[in-house]
Design a protein around this ligand. Sequence first.
Ligand SMILES: NC(=O)c1ccc[n+]([C@@H]2O[C@H](COP(=O)([O-])OP(=O)(O)OC[C@H]3O[C@@H](n4cnc5c(N)ncnc54)[C@H](OP(=O)(O)O)[C@@H]3O)[C@@H](O)[C@H]2O)c1
Length: 263
Amino acid sequence: MNKESKLGLGGHSFIEELGNDPHASFEEQCAIVAACLDNGIDLIDTTYYQERVALGHVLKRLGRQDEARIMAWNFFKHPGREHELVDYTPYEPQHLDLMLEELQTDAIDLLVIHAHDDTAKLREELALAQDWVQAGKVKQVALGMAQLGHLRQLPAVHPISAVLAPYNAFHREAKEMFEAAKSLGMDAIALSPFVRGWKLDEIGADKNTAAAILLRWVAAEPLVDHVVVSMRKAEWVHSNLRAVGEGPLTEAEIVQLQEWLAR
Ligand SMILES: NC(=O)c1ccc[n+]([C@@H]2O[C@H](COP(=O)([O-])OP(=O)(O)OC[C@H]3O[C@@H](n4cnc5c(N)ncnc54)[C@H](OP(=O)(O)O)[C@@H]3O)[C@@H](O)[C@H]2O)c1
Protein backbone atom coordinates (compact mmCIF):
# COMPACT_ATOMS: atom_id res chain seq x y z
CA MET A 1 0.00 0.00 0.00
CA ASN A 2 1.19 3.54 -0.79
CA LYS A 3 2.26 5.79 2.05
CA GLU A 4 -0.05 8.78 2.42
CA SER A 5 1.50 11.78 0.70
CA LYS A 6 1.70 15.28 2.13
CA LEU A 7 0.30 16.46 -1.21
CA GLY A 8 -3.39 17.05 -1.81
CA LEU A 9 -5.03 17.60 -5.19
CA GLY A 10 -6.56 21.05 -5.70
CA GLY A 11 -10.05 21.44 -7.08
CA HIS A 12 -8.97 24.07 -9.60
CA SER A 13 -7.54 21.10 -11.53
CA PHE A 14 -11.11 20.46 -12.71
CA ILE A 15 -11.97 23.93 -14.02
CA GLU A 16 -10.45 26.15 -16.66
CA GLU A 17 -10.91 29.61 -15.16
CA LEU A 18 -7.87 29.86 -12.91
CA GLY A 19 -5.24 28.14 -15.04
CA ASN A 20 -2.95 28.74 -17.99
CA ASP A 21 -3.46 25.53 -19.81
CA PRO A 22 -6.59 24.41 -21.59
CA HIS A 23 -9.20 22.76 -19.41
CA ALA A 24 -8.22 19.18 -18.57
CA SER A 25 -10.54 16.87 -20.51
CA PHE A 26 -12.70 14.42 -18.59
CA GLU A 27 -10.31 11.63 -19.56
CA GLU A 28 -7.35 13.66 -18.31
CA GLN A 29 -9.20 14.46 -15.07
CA CYS A 30 -9.74 10.71 -14.58
CA ALA A 31 -6.03 10.09 -15.25
CA ILE A 32 -5.04 12.83 -12.77
CA VAL A 33 -7.24 11.47 -9.97
CA ALA A 34 -6.19 7.88 -10.68
CA ALA A 35 -2.50 8.90 -10.58
CA CYS A 36 -3.12 10.63 -7.25
CA LEU A 37 -4.96 7.70 -5.67
CA ASP A 38 -2.38 5.22 -6.99
CA ASN A 39 0.44 7.21 -5.38
CA GLY A 40 -0.85 8.04 -1.90
CA ILE A 41 -2.51 11.40 -2.68
CA ASP A 42 -6.00 10.79 -1.35
CA LEU A 43 -6.89 14.27 -0.08
CA ILE A 44 -8.82 15.99 -2.87
CA ASP A 45 -10.13 19.52 -2.53
CA THR A 46 -13.22 20.98 -4.19
CA THR A 47 -13.78 24.70 -3.79
CA TYR A 48 -16.34 25.87 -6.40
CA TYR A 49 -19.52 23.83 -7.02
CA GLN A 50 -18.32 23.01 -10.55
CA GLU A 51 -15.37 21.16 -8.98
CA ARG A 52 -17.68 19.05 -6.81
CA VAL A 53 -19.71 18.06 -9.85
CA ALA A 54 -16.53 17.20 -11.80
CA LEU A 55 -14.97 15.17 -8.99
CA GLY A 56 -18.24 13.31 -8.43
CA HIS A 57 -18.24 12.21 -12.08
CA VAL A 58 -14.55 11.30 -12.07
CA LEU A 59 -14.73 9.16 -8.93
CA LYS A 60 -17.85 7.43 -10.20
CA ARG A 61 -16.17 6.65 -13.54
CA LEU A 62 -13.09 5.33 -11.73
CA GLY A 63 -15.21 3.40 -9.21
CA ARG A 64 -12.91 4.72 -6.47
CA GLN A 65 -15.31 6.83 -4.36
CA ASP A 66 -14.19 5.06 -1.18
CA GLU A 67 -10.50 5.85 -1.69
CA ALA A 68 -10.66 9.65 -1.81
CA ARG A 69 -10.81 11.93 1.21
CA ILE A 70 -12.94 14.76 -0.11
CA MET A 71 -12.67 18.34 1.08
CA ALA A 72 -15.50 20.71 0.16
CA TRP A 73 -15.96 24.45 0.65
CA ASN A 74 -19.09 26.64 0.79
CA PHE A 75 -19.08 27.98 -2.77
CA PHE A 76 -22.48 27.26 -4.34
CA LYS A 77 -24.37 27.30 -7.61
CA HIS A 78 -26.40 30.49 -8.01
CA PRO A 79 -29.35 30.62 -10.42
CA GLY A 80 -28.43 32.46 -13.61
CA ARG A 81 -24.72 32.37 -12.72
CA GLU A 82 -24.06 28.65 -13.27
CA HIS A 83 -21.01 29.33 -15.43
CA GLU A 84 -19.37 31.77 -13.03
CA LEU A 85 -17.06 31.26 -10.07
CA VAL A 86 -19.31 32.78 -7.43
CA ASP A 87 -17.91 33.91 -4.07
CA TYR A 88 -18.57 31.88 -0.89
CA THR A 89 -21.92 31.90 0.93
CA PRO A 90 -22.21 31.14 4.67
CA TYR A 91 -23.63 27.66 5.25
CA GLU A 92 -27.39 27.19 5.57
CA PRO A 93 -29.16 23.91 6.48
CA GLN A 94 -30.08 23.09 2.85
CA HIS A 95 -26.50 23.29 1.57
CA LEU A 96 -25.11 19.96 2.71
CA ASP A 97 -27.53 17.77 0.76
CA LEU A 98 -26.81 19.82 -2.39
CA MET A 99 -23.08 19.27 -1.89
CA LEU A 100 -23.50 15.53 -1.32
CA GLU A 101 -25.61 15.28 -4.46
CA GLU A 102 -23.02 17.16 -6.54
CA LEU A 103 -20.24 14.94 -5.19
CA GLN A 104 -22.38 11.78 -5.54
CA THR A 105 -21.43 10.71 -2.05
CA ASP A 106 -22.99 10.12 1.37
CA ALA A 107 -20.45 12.03 3.44
CA ILE A 108 -17.83 14.76 3.15
CA ASP A 109 -14.51 13.94 4.79
CA LEU A 110 -13.45 17.53 5.51
CA LEU A 111 -16.08 20.25 5.31
CA VAL A 112 -14.48 23.68 4.97
CA ILE A 113 -16.15 26.77 6.39
CA HIS A 114 -14.83 29.92 4.69
CA ALA A 115 -13.79 32.24 7.53
CA HIS A 116 -15.24 35.76 7.83
CA ASP A 117 -15.59 38.47 10.46
CA ASP A 118 -19.30 38.10 11.33
CA THR A 119 -18.68 36.16 14.54
CA ALA A 120 -22.35 35.46 15.28
CA LYS A 121 -22.89 34.03 11.79
CA LEU A 122 -19.69 32.00 11.96
CA ARG A 123 -20.87 30.48 15.24
CA GLU A 124 -24.15 29.49 13.58
CA GLU A 125 -22.15 27.78 10.83
CA LEU A 126 -20.02 25.97 13.39
CA ALA A 127 -23.15 24.69 15.15
CA LEU A 128 -24.63 23.55 11.83
CA ALA A 129 -21.42 21.76 10.91
CA GLN A 130 -21.41 20.09 14.33
CA ASP A 131 -24.96 18.82 13.66
CA TRP A 132 -23.81 17.42 10.30
CA VAL A 133 -20.93 15.64 12.03
CA GLN A 134 -23.34 14.12 14.54
CA ALA A 135 -25.58 13.00 11.67
CA GLY A 136 -22.57 11.21 10.10
CA LYS A 137 -22.70 13.32 6.92
CA VAL A 138 -19.47 15.19 7.67
CA LYS A 139 -16.40 13.55 9.19
CA GLN A 140 -14.27 16.58 10.04
CA VAL A 141 -14.64 20.36 9.88
CA ALA A 142 -12.02 22.93 8.87
CA LEU A 143 -11.76 26.71 8.75
CA GLY A 144 -10.65 28.01 5.34
CA MET A 145 -8.82 31.28 4.60
CA ALA A 146 -8.42 31.43 8.36
CA GLN A 147 -6.58 34.25 10.08
CA LEU A 148 -5.30 34.45 13.63
CA GLY A 149 -8.29 36.56 14.73
CA HIS A 150 -10.72 33.87 13.60
CA LEU A 151 -9.00 31.25 15.77
CA ARG A 152 -9.13 33.59 18.76
CA GLN A 153 -12.88 34.03 18.31
CA LEU A 154 -13.74 30.33 18.21
CA PRO A 155 -16.10 29.28 21.01
CA ALA A 156 -14.77 26.97 23.74
CA VAL A 157 -16.50 24.01 22.11
CA HIS A 158 -16.28 23.81 18.31
CA PRO A 159 -15.77 21.14 15.64
CA ILE A 160 -12.72 22.65 13.87
CA SER A 161 -9.84 20.19 13.47
CA ALA A 162 -7.92 21.84 10.61
CA VAL A 163 -7.19 25.24 9.09
CA LEU A 164 -6.51 26.10 5.44
CA ALA A 165 -4.80 29.16 4.00
CA PRO A 166 -2.62 30.10 1.03
CA TYR A 167 0.98 29.65 2.14
CA ASN A 168 3.99 29.74 -0.16
CA ALA A 169 7.46 31.26 -0.45
CA PHE A 170 5.94 34.50 -1.80
CA HIS A 171 3.12 34.77 0.77
CA ARG A 172 4.10 33.63 4.26
CA GLU A 173 1.49 35.58 6.24
CA ALA A 174 -0.31 32.40 7.38
CA LYS A 175 2.67 31.11 9.36
CA GLU A 176 1.63 32.58 12.72
CA MET A 177 -1.95 31.37 12.27
CA PHE A 178 -0.67 27.86 11.41
CA GLU A 179 1.49 27.88 14.57
CA ALA A 180 -1.50 28.90 16.68
CA ALA A 181 -3.68 26.24 15.06
CA LYS A 182 -1.06 23.54 15.65
CA SER A 183 -0.84 24.55 19.32
CA LEU A 184 -4.61 23.93 19.49
CA GLY A 185 -4.13 20.45 18.02
CA MET A 186 -5.40 21.34 14.53
CA ASP A 187 -3.89 20.32 11.20
CA ALA A 188 -2.38 23.03 8.97
CA ILE A 189 -3.24 22.72 5.29
CA ALA A 190 -1.29 25.02 2.96
CA LEU A 191 -2.89 26.06 -0.33
CA SER A 192 -1.36 27.29 -3.59
CA PRO A 193 2.39 26.50 -3.33
CA PHE A 194 2.97 28.30 -6.65
CA VAL A 195 0.59 31.23 -5.92
CA ARG A 196 -1.01 30.26 -9.27
CA GLY A 197 0.33 28.54 -12.39
CA TRP A 198 1.09 31.91 -14.06
CA LYS A 199 3.57 32.73 -11.30
CA LEU A 200 5.77 29.89 -12.54
CA ASP A 201 5.87 31.55 -15.97
CA GLU A 202 6.53 34.96 -14.42
CA ILE A 203 9.61 33.61 -12.60
CA GLY A 204 11.09 32.96 -16.02
CA ALA A 205 13.34 30.05 -14.95
CA ASP A 206 12.90 26.48 -16.15
CA LYS A 207 9.27 25.79 -15.13
CA ASN A 208 9.95 22.30 -13.75
CA THR A 209 12.80 23.60 -11.61
CA ALA A 210 10.76 26.56 -10.36
CA ALA A 211 7.79 24.30 -9.51
CA ALA A 212 10.00 21.82 -7.65
CA ILE A 213 11.74 24.53 -5.60
CA LEU A 214 8.51 26.31 -4.63
CA LEU A 215 6.78 23.04 -3.77
CA ARG A 216 9.67 21.76 -1.66
CA TRP A 217 9.82 25.06 0.22
CA VAL A 218 6.30 24.41 1.55
CA ALA A 219 6.28 20.63 1.74
CA ALA A 220 9.49 20.44 3.81
CA GLU A 221 8.05 22.87 6.38
CA PRO A 222 7.30 20.74 9.50
CA LEU A 223 4.44 23.08 10.42
CA VAL A 224 2.50 22.05 7.32
CA ASP A 225 0.53 18.79 7.36
CA HIS A 226 -0.72 18.96 3.76
CA VAL A 227 -0.02 21.02 0.65
CA VAL A 228 -2.86 21.37 -1.82
CA VAL A 229 -1.76 21.94 -5.41
CA SER A 230 -3.85 21.89 -8.54
CA MET A 231 -2.54 19.74 -11.35
CA ARG A 232 -4.12 19.89 -14.77
CA LYS A 233 -1.89 17.15 -16.17
CA ALA A 234 -1.39 13.62 -14.86
CA GLU A 235 2.36 13.91 -15.47
CA TRP A 236 2.52 16.74 -12.90
CA VAL A 237 1.31 14.32 -10.22
CA HIS A 238 4.51 12.35 -10.74
CA SER A 239 6.84 15.35 -11.00
CA ASN A 240 5.33 16.98 -7.91
CA LEU A 241 5.60 13.73 -5.93
CA ARG A 242 9.23 13.38 -7.01
CA ALA A 243 9.92 16.95 -5.90
CA VAL A 244 8.36 16.43 -2.47
CA GLY A 245 10.40 13.23 -2.10
CA GLU A 246 13.62 15.22 -2.54
CA GLY A 247 13.08 16.92 0.81
CA PRO A 248 14.28 20.35 1.99
CA LEU A 249 16.01 22.82 -0.34
CA THR A 250 19.79 22.85 -0.61
CA GLU A 251 21.79 26.01 0.14
CA ALA A 252 22.15 26.69 -3.59
CA GLU A 253 18.39 26.31 -4.12
CA ILE A 254 17.64 28.67 -1.24
CA VAL A 255 19.89 31.27 -2.89
CA GLN A 256 18.04 30.71 -6.17
CA LEU A 257 14.67 31.14 -4.45
CA GLN A 258 15.81 34.32 -2.71
CA GLU A 259 16.77 35.75 -6.06
CA TRP A 260 13.23 35.12 -7.40
CA LEU A 261 11.69 36.62 -4.24
CA ALA A 262 13.85 39.76 -4.51
CA ARG A 263 12.67 40.63 -8.02
N1 LIG B 1 -5.42 30.28 -3.33
C1 LIG B 1 -6.60 30.34 -2.78
O1 LIG B 1 -7.05 31.43 -2.41
C2 LIG B 1 -7.42 29.09 -2.60
C3 LIG B 1 -8.66 29.20 -1.99
C4 LIG B 1 -9.41 28.08 -1.82
C5 LIG B 1 -8.94 26.85 -2.19
N2 LIG B 1 -7.72 26.74 -2.80
C6 LIG B 1 -7.26 25.39 -3.17
O2 LIG B 1 -5.86 25.35 -3.37
C7 LIG B 1 -5.61 24.71 -4.61
C8 LIG B 1 -4.29 25.12 -5.20
O3 LIG B 1 -4.32 26.49 -5.50
P1 LIG B 1 -4.05 27.13 -6.93
O4 LIG B 1 -4.53 26.25 -8.00
O5 LIG B 1 -4.61 28.49 -6.84
O6 LIG B 1 -2.48 27.32 -6.99
P2 LIG B 1 -1.25 26.31 -7.15
O7 LIG B 1 -1.64 24.97 -6.73
O8 LIG B 1 -0.12 26.97 -6.48
O9 LIG B 1 -0.96 26.35 -8.70
C9 LIG B 1 -1.49 25.38 -9.53
C10 LIG B 1 -0.98 25.56 -10.94
O10 LIG B 1 0.41 25.31 -10.99
C11 LIG B 1 0.73 24.68 -12.21
N3 LIG B 1 1.43 23.42 -11.92
C12 LIG B 1 1.13 22.46 -11.01
N4 LIG B 1 2.09 21.52 -10.98
C13 LIG B 1 3.02 21.89 -11.90
C14 LIG B 1 4.25 21.34 -12.33
N5 LIG B 1 4.74 20.21 -11.80
N6 LIG B 1 4.95 21.98 -13.28
C15 LIG B 1 4.49 23.12 -13.83
N7 LIG B 1 3.32 23.70 -13.46
C16 LIG B 1 2.61 23.09 -12.49
C17 LIG B 1 -0.55 24.52 -12.96
O11 LIG B 1 -0.69 25.70 -13.76
P3 LIG B 1 -1.50 25.87 -15.08
O12 LIG B 1 -2.41 24.71 -15.20
O13 LIG B 1 -2.18 27.15 -14.85
O14 LIG B 1 -0.43 25.95 -16.11
C18 LIG B 1 -1.57 24.54 -11.89
O15 LIG B 1 -2.83 24.94 -12.32
C19 LIG B 1 -6.83 25.03 -5.47
O16 LIG B 1 -7.01 24.13 -6.53
C20 LIG B 1 -7.92 24.92 -4.46
O17 LIG B 1 -8.29 23.56 -4.30
C21 LIG B 1 -6.95 27.83 -3.00
